[in-house]
Design a binder for this molecule. Structure first.
Ligand code: CA
Length: 236
């Protein structure tokens, strides 16, 4: 699939930034629709069915979490949030409301484009073929549910695998602590971030070349974790 097929909806009230995003995305062959209010964003999201939504958290008419919950009411489209450094709380709320990832302003063009690609890959991955993920010498096969290292299979307990799988299905994107706990354990363990931390630690010991300096299973301070596999394709 070429990027020319992808339509991106940008919801941003800052006209200048909106223009910058449009130019950047169009120069990389994405098609762009924009909206300057949350209300308008919802209308465009319904009528254009974009492949990705980039959404500012500081909109004049609606807070980010409300907008995202509204979109999630009718669509599973990847949502990338733009947030200011001063909006940490809003950012976490937006992620918990169903946003897939965030970029903090001011961001660089390569950073934004990398997040856009990762978000679009998540959609591609939810299709039938699950690719392999490479973490250095370790290969995670989501279809066969196996993890292979240099010296053979890496043994993971079912819970460790569930945590890894949850991160792997959203590879390259942030997963909040809340999402991880909900998906790996279920809602009854809500708030058990200490339990989660100990699983992350064990996973790093099993998967990272140097567990004390994690390269693949990265902590996003105060928010959650991101699995960043090597960028090579798993296709045979
Ligand atoms: Ca704004």
């Amino acid at each position: 699939m070429t990027t020319a097929m992808f339509l991106v909806l940008v919801v941003e009230d800052d006209g200048e930034l909106c223009g910058v995003l449009r130019t950047l995305l169009e120069s990389h062959s994405y098609r762009v629709v924009d909206a300057t209010t949350g209300e308008r964003g919802l209308i465009e999201a319904r009528s254009h069915r974009p492949d990705l939504i980039i959404c500012d958290l500081g909109l004049p008419d609606m807070d980010g979490a409300t907008l995202i919950r509204n979109i999630r009411g009718f669509s599973t489209v990847p949502i990338l949030v733009l947030s200011a450094r001063t909006m940490e709380g809003e950012k976490i709320q937006a992620l918990d409301a169903g946003a897939d990832d965030y970029v903090t302003k001011p961001f660089s063009a390569p950073e934004l484009l990398a997040r856009v690609r990762a978000s679009l890959r998540r959609t591609a991955r939810s299709g039938e073929s699950q690719p392999l993920l490479y973490l250095g010498p370790v290969t995670v096969d989501l279809t066969a549910r196996t993890t292979q290292g240099q010296e053979g299979a890496v043994h993971l307990t079912p819970l460790e695998y569930r945590v890894l799988e949850c991160l792997a299905r959203r590879a390259g994107m942030i997963v909040t602590q809340k999402q991880l706990i909900r998906e790996a354990w279920g809602p009854e363990r809500f708030g058990d971030t200490r339990g989660l931390r100990s699983y992350i630690k064990t996973l790093r010991q099993k998967l990272e070349p140097d567990p004390s300096r994690p390269r693949y299973l990265v902590t996003e301070a105060g928010i959650g974790y991101r699995l960043s596999p090597d960028e090579r394709t798993g296709a045979a």
